[in-house]
Every structure is written in structure tokens, then in C-alpha cells.
Design a protein around this ligand. Sequence first.
Ligand code: NAG
Ligand code: NAG
Ligand code: NAG
Ligand code: NAG
Ligand code: NAG
Length: 459
Amino acid sequence: MKATLVTLLGLPAALRSVLARGIISDEAVVIFDIQRRHYQESTFGNLSNRKRSSTLLSDLDLNDKWIFSGGYFLDIEVGTPPQQLQVLLDTGSSDLFIPSAEAARCLNHNCPGGRFLKNDSSTLRNPNQRAAFHTAYLDGSTANGTYVQDTVRLGSTTLHDHIFAVADELEVSPGFEGGPGPQYGIMGLSFRGQEASICASGPRSCKVNYTTPTVLDSLYEAGYIKSRSYSLHLHDVASQSGTILFGGLDLTKFSGELVTLSIQKDLNPTSWTYGRYAGQDLILTSVSSTVNGTITELSPRGFASTATLDSGASALSLPPSVYDQIIDTLPLVLKHRYTSAVLCRDADLDAYLTLDLTGTKGFETAHIQIPYSNLVVHVYEGVSDSSKPYLHNGQELCVFALAKGTATANVLGDPFLRSAYTVFSLDEKTISLAQASYGNRVSNIRAIGQGLMSGNIRR
Ligand SMILES: *[C@@H]1O[C@H](CO)[C@@H](O)[C@H](O)[C@H]1NC(C)=O
Ligand SMILES: *[C@@H]1O[C@H](CO)[C@@H](O)[C@H](O)[C@H]1NC(C)=O
Ligand SMILES: *[C@@H]1O[C@H](CO)[C@@H](O)[C@H](O)[C@H]1NC(C)=O
Ligand SMILES: *[C@@H]1O[C@H](CO)[C@@H](O)[C@H](O)[C@H]1NC(C)=O
Ligand SMILES: *[C@@H]1O[C@H](CO)[C@@H](O)[C@H](O)[C@H]1NC(C)=O
């Protein structure tokens, strides 16, 4: 469920208007115009992919230049001969779609992650004439197109005849200020049966029920991995890359025990996925903050909220009462209903949040610390110096990637996923969590066979 919580739309009105006008303002904040954005095809790094036995390792790319509309991207190759594309990794949805070369939105270089020319692929087939692709995400993004069947490669791993969608119409992150922002495809890695094309009693209208294997299903069915599982290591906020391991986990990338929690089914009776495994949902039972060694409990006793682990979301959302308490203690430069800005140097704050999470079965609790530094996001990198927003004394402004959620449903986006090492097992219906360790260059990768993620893992 891609959800871009940190969007320009969500920036404080004051900041938004100065961005638009390109001048100064609020509290001697000197901000220059960033309307002239430089989204170029070359802004992506060239990522390497390697294959290990039973485990696929791909590097992910955090592109700060896309922070308003983006997140962690994965390199794929599609068709024959291969066409290169970069797609947003989304733990919260289940479809793979890529922009069509013919999409109007991709004109004027507005699809920096690549666009797919169907006519150029000799292996492309049409799997189902009747099914049409329509999808909509939490942040208002939509895409419409057709299903095709073609070769999809992740590094040296080849999926023949994988079914995915090619979007002729797409509007990713519609909240992007100043017209359509960069458009790109999305790779959903959530449960099968949650795809856009399922006709349920939901808001979607469609003619046929059409469920297709996700990339994870296809990797499993092709025998590349031993279970439908993957682990994510996104590094800290300063890093421009992370790692996803399909079908494996790396014992050197976390500290303590990897605590395994059972995923919560959709409990919302009005939802079209009610009663089924819909997303990567756990239960958030406590939030506390630790500042200079002093712990403050921020959530009330007996608190419980659905918490969706969502790599498609660039912010962490917490319940309104918790959000307000955190925001009130921060040296914020600008506050707003949706998000706030801090001085980038405040990333050094000696403070962290501790989130307690449980699953639906058992009594295990995972405790994950989120350093405030993982919430302080540089958003203006890649913008020429003269158009960077500064404070009057030359200090750069950063977005504080914390958003206001609701009392009962919250999204644990990239700041959470940078802090935790996460293993998603779609076969066991579990998510395993431990504190991420950074800076360990050696690896100790273990394949995830059936049954492994039904319990905790010690290093
Ligand atoms: C990426 O790396 C490959 C192999 O090193 C090279 O052939 C290709 O041109 C590079 N692509 C870009 C966009 O730099
Ligand atoms: C692709 O091929 C079809 C059928 O030959 C043609 O109608 C269409 O114009 C082609 N599209 C492009 C972008 O070349
Ligand atoms: C996709 O189709 C839906 C339903 O017809 C429409 O509301 C939406 O605007 C379309 N999206 C785009 C990007 O054109
Ligand atoms: C699609 O499947 C859902 C759930 O099984 C069912 O309720 C619905 O009637 C089906 N719709 C069509 C058009 O087959
Ligand atoms: C934390 O400690 C530092 C250094 O002792 C001090 O400057 C700062 O004001 C303290 N912060 C809070 C929130 O108490």
C-alpha cells in the first residue's frame, strides 16, 4: 500500500508557499526556489545484483531526490532484449506494474525509472484478453493498463512468462506540487489474492477475477527460493542503499534475537480484504521516547493499534496523541498538521523512540528502537546549491519523517524499516523483527526453508 506520507502537499503551508515563490520567510528561514527539479535518468545509481544459492540478493537504492514521491527502488530487466526499469519496492501491495513507453505521463522524461516498449519485446504475450489492470493506492496514486506475460529478470535470476501490468495511464504521488512528479512502476511483495484485479465487494469494478503470482510467488515456483519470504536491510538514513534478500536472511545484520510475530488479518469490516491476510500488519502496543537517557511512556496503558510495515511509505505514522507529544519536545523549525521540518544538524539529537510490537498469536514482543536520526531526512540533495533552502546562517532544513496516524491504524514506513531488520514470511504468515546493525561488512546468509520462520532466530 504505497503511501507517500511525506509529500510536498504535506509540508507546512508556510514552507510550501515559500517553495513556490522561491524566497525567504518564517523565522529567518531563507529558502530558494526548488521548482526547477532535475530528475534525470542518470539520477539512479547503477546497482549490482548477485545470486546466491537459494537466496537472491539485490541492492536497493534509496533515492533522496525522490523522497517526496519515492523510496527504495529495485532494478529489474523486462522483455527480450532486456529493457531496464527501476521499480518502487512495496511491502504493502501485491502487483507489479511498469510504465508503458506510450503512457502520456512518461513524455518529457517524467519516467526516470524507465518505461517499457511492448513492441520491442519478442517474448511478450497477452495472458488474458478480458482482464484489465486498474489499481489505486493509499496516497491517491492510480494506474490503469493491460496485463502482459514476459521475461522479468532480477540480476541474474530470470522469471520466464511472469504476468505483470503495463500501465498506459499512471499518476503516482498525485500530491506532488507543481504538476505531475516523477512517475515509476511499483513492485508489490505482499500476499497473493490482494491484487488490484480481484473483483470483490470493494470499490473496484472489473469484469473478471484475475489473480496472478507475485514476483515472490514466481521466484518460489521457479525454484529459486525455498519459501515465499524476504528480508529487508535498509541501512541508516545517511545510506543511499539497502538490501533485500529473497528467500534468505543475513545473521550479521541485526543484534539480539530475531523475534517472530504472527501477522494480523484485516480486521476492518468495511474493507474488501476483511478477514484475510491483506497487508504486513502487526500490533503496536507501546511507544516510548528516550531523551538523554530519560524514558517517557507516550502511549496509554492497554494501547493497541494495527501497524502496517510498509516500505512504500516514506514516513512513520504514530497515533495523534503520541505524535503530538513527540513534536512538542522537538526543536522544530516548522510544524504542520501532516509533517514538520527540523534543522538537519538536529539529527544528532541523543534521542530515540522505542516501539513494542506483538503478533496475533503468542506473547512475544519485539522492541525496536528508532533513533531520531533515522527520521531526519535530507530532501533537497540533488538540487543545485543555489536553489537549496537554508536557514539564514546557512543551515540546511530537513523533513522530520513522522506523520500523524490514527488511534487504531498506523503505518511503519521507511524510518522504521531502516531501524529494524525485518524478515517477511508469507508462507508462515509471520514477520520477524530485530534491531538492525549497520556497518557489518561480512555476511552470514542463511536460506529460509519451510518452517524456519515459525519461531525466533538467534544469531
Ligand atoms: C550499468 O552497469 C553495466 C555493467 O557494468 C553497464 O554496462 C551499464 O552501461 C551501466 N548503466 C548505466 C546507466 O550506467
Ligand atoms: C506497436 O505495434 C502496434 C501494432 O503493430 C502499432 O499499432 C503501434 O503503433 C506500435 N506502437 C509503437 C509505440 O510503436
Ligand atoms: C484510472 O482509471 C480510473 C477509473 O476509470 C480513473 O478514475 C483514474 O483517474 C485513472 N487513472 C489515471 C492515471 O488516468
Ligand atoms: C470475484 O471473487 C469474489 C471473491 O471470491 C466474489 O465475491 C466475486 O463475486 C467475484 N466476481 C466476479 C466478477 O467473478
Ligand atoms: C540533553 O543533554 C544535552 C547535554 O547535556 C543538553 O544540552 C540538552 O539540552 C539535553 N536535552 C534535553 C532534551 O534534555
